[in-house]
Design a protein around this ligand. Structure first.
Ligand SMILES: Nc1ncnc2c1ncn2[C@@H]1O[C@H](COP(=O)(O)OP(=O)(O)O)[C@@H](O)[C@H]1O
Ligand SMILES: [Mg+2]
Length: 269
């Protein structure tokens, strides 16, 4: 039985309006992929993966009910611990554990088409599992200085392991010029952190070789997709676009091209 109770707004995410905490649960308005999210969360529970909220059902208002996971989540301004190397590596291990747990779920046929602009070039990167695809600081719960759980499974989609490690590095190496990064993430040795993240994840050599090329091609698609989503969906997507996310992606691509060789050498050394 899902109880009603005092609703405390959860802020800090980018796009979900109306997200609230009620007791030890969170209530989410249905997202783009609610059936997939439900099925994946139920699968994770079945195989005993603890690093994700449990799916509890739907409440009287038609919202998804998940367990609230206690711990630290980075908001803004970013906390000083955000760039801690051990935290990032623990997240790489958690992501690997998530992949090992979700792999058996397979890739369902007939998933609803993602909201993408018509004519978007194919990525040519065969999916291997259902990836999280949004491993941002706001979407990770830490406990005792280690990544404890992934939250916000709204971007779930078929992806390759390499594609998911690109998303991990994008936020946690992180990818980009110091001037474009949060002050807490400036001055880091990004090639070294990429290497350590790849090692902690256990990424295979062929995936290391193609990682930066894949990152650049993913950014190309993401520029078009974010623009389209801002136009079609408005809300948080439009807000992110007006705040310059498109330019950020373009700068990042340039940075990736400039640093491709150094990072790939570090990944393979
Ligand atoms: N299951 C959960 N356990 C703990 N905190 C949560 C949970 N779900 C959401 N939150 C908190 O609410 C914030 C926004 O939720 P999120 O699901 O990431 O929404 P958005 O889609 O807007 O990014 C998160 O950054 C986190 O602080
Ligand atoms: Mg979020």
């Amino acid at each position: 039985m899902i109880e009603d109770g005092e609703e405390i707004p959860l802020v800090g995410g980018d796009v979900t309006e109306g997200l609230v905490r009620v007791g030890d649960t969170v209530r989410r308005p249905p997202g783009e992929r609610d059936e997939l999210v439900r099925d994946v969360l139920l699968h994770l529970e079945k195989v005993g993966f603890d690093g994700a909220p449990r799916y509890l059902g739907v409440d009287s208002a038609g919202r998804e009910v998940l367990t609230y996971i206690d711990g630290e989540v980075a908001g803004r301004p970013r906390p000083p611990w955000i760039a801690d190397e051990e935290r990032a590596l623990s997240l790489a291990r958690l992501l690997r554990a998530y992949h090992d747990a979700v792999e058996g779920f397979g890739i369902p046929q007939n998933l609803p088409a993602p909201i993408e602009p018509p004519g978007l070039p194919e990525l040519d990167d065969p999916p291997e599992l259902i990836g999280h695809q949004d491993v941002t600081p706001e979407n990770v719960v830490f406990r005792n200085g280690r990544a404890y759980a992934l939250i916000d499974f709204d971007m779930l989609r078929p992806v390759s392991r390499a594609g998911e490690v690109v998303n991990l590095m994008l936020w946690w190496a992180p990818f980009g010029e110091d001037a474009d990064l949060d002050p807490q993430f400036r001055g880091l040795d990004q090639p070294r952190r990429c290497r350590l993240l790849a090692d902690a994840y256990g990424l295979e050599d062929p995936d290391r070789s193609r990682l930066i090329d894949l990152a650049i091609r993913r950014d190309e698609r993401s520029w078009h997709t974010m623009k389209y989503r801002a136009e079609i969906l408005g809300g948080g997507w439009q807000r992110m676009w007006s705040e310059g996310v498109g330019d950020k992606i373009r700068h990042r691509q340039t940075w990736l091209e400039k640093n491709a060789e150094t990072i790939t050498t570090a990944l393979l050394a």
